[in-house]
Design a binder for this molecule. Structure first.
Ligand code: EPU
Length: 340
């Protein structure tokens, strides 16, 4: 049975804590119900928006005329175990960190560096989440996605997902055409740890763990994130608001003469990735508050709602930041979040 609700406030369904009303709202807990939903008249006859954890979206409009679907598909299943790996499938509406905790409790390696990332399992491949030297693609096996127009479920492997830096086919050519219903991961039974990231090394050295374990690495990541990133339950935010920009080596060399301390990373494609947080900080935005919105005092890449900010005030500040970074460095930093 599909249970539609009307005029529902979405404040608790978006991590910026914005006041926005959905004309029609439904929460879906199984892939079978999701299939029923896309075949229903309410779905077919209205504008629709599917949300997961609401941790990557800014609502600019006060009311969504149409249907908002909260994907809450649950379930976790071991598909296969080999000598080295466990293949595990999770419902796309499960909270990402709950999935990570489940893997850590079992001692399975691969997602410990991705601890405490807000959002859901289904949103993880959508934008190929990443942190501390690991990306979703590193543990990805496949996913199942429901094609909206046909109501059929298709399987996508790594190549078909066309993963990039915070990118996948579901944000590009197949945008709004599929709903991800499950994600299958390949995890390690005898984990090889990725602790190359400086902050993890320092955190591990400071902690008193007896031996390196998925739990120790996860705890270190959680401690780093808690120390730097504001908790959306306390201060509304969507994590990184912008993507880190990639520029040509020749352009970087000209910038480096003026800014020798600029953090940078050489990419395999011979481009240079810069830290958007550093660029924003250099432009004087870090810790500044305007209309209840500001770039966070500990991590300028995170825009924060300090109270009753509107979605428009958040976007306006983001545009101002974007313009000032362009004016100072000649670099356009792109939004990582979706504006709606
Ligand atoms: N920096 C500053 N000032 C700031 C922020 C950062 O100078 O206000 C400098 C740092 O000192 C460092 C560099 O910028 O030298 C990079 O900073 P950090 O390690 O904090 O990472 P980031 O590039 O700002 C990315 C991801 C985060 C992820 C971290 C850790 C993006 C858009 N963001 O941030 O992901 O947690 O790396 O791996 O790629 C997210 O996507 O929501 C997110 C939080």
């Amino acid at each position: 049975m599909l249970h539609f609700q009307y005029n529902v406030n979405l404040k608790s369904y978006n991590t910026f804590g914005l006041d926005v009303e959905a004309q029609i709202f439904i929460e879906i807990f199984t892939s079978e119900d999701m299939v029923l939903l896309v075949q229903s008249d309410v779905f077919k006859n209205h504008f629709k928006l599917v949300i997961g954890g609401g941790s990557n979206i800014v609502f600019v409009s006060k009311k969504i005329e149409g249907l908002v679907v909260k994907n809450a598909i649950q379930g976790i299943e071991i598909i296969n175990k080999t000598k080295e790996n466990v293949i595990i499938k999770a419902g796309s509406g499960m909270y990402w960190h709950n999935f990570v905790l489940f893997c850590i409790e079992n001692g399975w390696g691969g997602v410990e560096n991705l601890s405490l990332i807000p959002g859901t399992v289904g949103a993880a491949p959508m934008q190929n989440i990443g942190a501390y030297g690991v990306e979703l693609v590193d543990v990805f096996e496949s996913l199942e996605a429901l094609e909206i127009c046909s109501g059929k479920i298709f399987n996508f492997d790594t190549n078909q997902c066309q993963f990039g830096y915070r990118e996948s086919i579901f944000k590009n050519s197949q945008k709004n055409k599929f709903i991800i219903v499950s994600v299958t991961f390949r995890l390690w039974l005898k984990p090889v740890f990725n602790v190359s990231y400086g902050a993890i090394k320092d955190q591990l050295a400071a902690s008193n763990h007896k031996e390196l374990s998925v739990k120790a690495v996860s705890d270190a990541v959680i401690a780093i994130r808690k120390s730097k990133l504001p908790d959306p339950k306390v201060l509304g935010n969507c994590g990184s608001f912008f993507k880190n920009p990639e520029i040509e080596v020749s352009f970087f060399e000209s910038l480096e003469k003026k800014y020798p301390k600029m953090p940078h990373y050489l990419l395999p494609n011979q481009h240079i990735k810069l830290a958007a947080g550093w660029l924003i900080e250099q432009c004087g935005w870090k810790g500044l508050i305007k209309n209840n919105v500001g770039a966070h005092k500990d991590q300028a890449l995170v825009i924060v709602n300090y109270g009753q900010a509107t979605g428009q005030a958040i976007v306006d500040l983001a545009l101002e930041i974007q313009a000032s970074v362009y004016l100072t460095f000649g670099i356009k930093i792109e939004f990582e979040v979706n504006i709606f």
